[in-house]
Unconditional design. Structure first.
Length: 115
């Protein structure tokens, strides 16, 4: 089992930056961690993914060049650095760990971009 706890969300203005964190714990072997987001009235969408060594990343086109995913291996924590935020980035951001036993999700953290 994998337990995920996100933090770092908040209310920011357009153009601002935020750093989200996802701390993972548990005994199940996992190979990658991803961030997803769900805006009000919309389907959940993939944002970014990083592998366990931290040397391979993947981003949704909508965030490429603005968001950066990174991993602190020593602490089993994955970060998502959000820059140049717009109102379209407003959503609940959740981290996800896919494993052979199924997908694990955190509770999510709210990011609201508003002037």
């Amino acid at each position: 089992q994998v337990h995920l706890v996100e933090s770092g969300g908040g209310l920011v203005q357009p153009g601002d930056s935020l750093r989200l964190s996802c701390a993972a714990s548990g005994s199940t072997i996992w190979y990658a961690m991803a961030w997803f987001r769900q805006a009000p009235g919309k389907e959940r969408e993939f944002v970014a993914q990083i592998n366990v060594p931290g040397d391979a990343t993947n981003y949704a086109d909508s965030v490429k060049g603005r968001f950066t995913i990174s991993r602190n291996g020593g602490e089993n924590t994955v970060y998502l650095h959000l820059t140049r935020l717009t109102a379209d980035d407003t959503a609940i951001y959740s981290c996800n760990v896919p494993t052979s036993l199924g997908d694990y999700w955190g509770q999510g953290t709210q990011v609201t971009v508003s002037s």
